[in-house]
Design a protein around this ligand. Sequence first.
Ligand code: ZN
Ligand code: ZN
Ligand code: ZN
Ligand code: ZN
Length: 297
Amino acid sequence: MASLQYFSGSTTRRHRTSLPTRGKLQMDKDRKSIYHLDADTLECPLCTEPLTSPVYQCENGHIACGPCCEKLTKGCPSCSQPTGRIRCLAVEKIIESLQVACKHAHHGCKEMLRYNKKDERDEHEQEECKYKPVPCYIPCCMHEGPKFTLPDHLAKDHKVGKMQLDPVTGSVNFIMSGSNYFMMVAFDDEDSIDGGLLLVHRESKSFLGDAFYCTTISGPSKVYNLRVKCRAGSSLYILETTAPDIAKNVPKFSVSKEYLLIPSSGDNANPREFDLQLSFPNSNLPSSTQKLIPPVV
Ligand SMILES: [Zn+2]
Ligand SMILES: [Zn+2]
Ligand SMILES: [Zn+2]
Ligand SMILES: [Zn+2]
């Protein structure tokens, strides 16, 4: 019955046209157009900041943003006419309806964001967008790309192996030896931008021995507490640590302040083998691991 409210005229006409016309109305409402604007078109000509409502104009139509108008004691800088009283509603309407592509669109993001909601845009582009480029975990590498592309990059360009954290025990065991200086450890984490990934680093500290530490790209304000266990020969070494977020720590070399040092054996003839275990202490399991209950045997 509600459909009849859209139309007027004879019953015959209403009957014949009701459905197609409703469809057209709906299309018109949803229709969006793409326009190309010069970047400075929607900037305040005085402070060059993006215009936000309210926008004012002088009597000759020269526009300025609200904060600039408040500072203008001698009227409009272009024509000296009084300004700051006439709202420019046409420009305000354009600003309010305008959507802009996410700044990571060239990496694949299809999100359209409201131009006049800078906070919303910043939140998406700086925190939520999974296409935001982040630096490669490897200290000397200049590569940057969306986080979900890094495992492929590490495997292909740095030949780094990948281990999966056991979701029941919250730990993973692996061996590092010879020329094996990096290992990826993947785990599920609902709070992370696109799953969790840690990189275990091994660095040779000349005569001191081998140092192990972990880095991650954890997303907004997330800290992973870790336990790194290493068996070398007959000794067991344990480090309780956190994995620094390399996306927040520049330069990357500054992150390795805390590491597990396995002293040199003094026997350089044989390549050393390190039997490692990485685990999340119970208090800090990634969210999806916490929810898993070990199977009843
Ligand atoms: Zn301004
Ligand atoms: Zn003017
Ligand atoms: Zn985006
Ligand atoms: Zn790299």
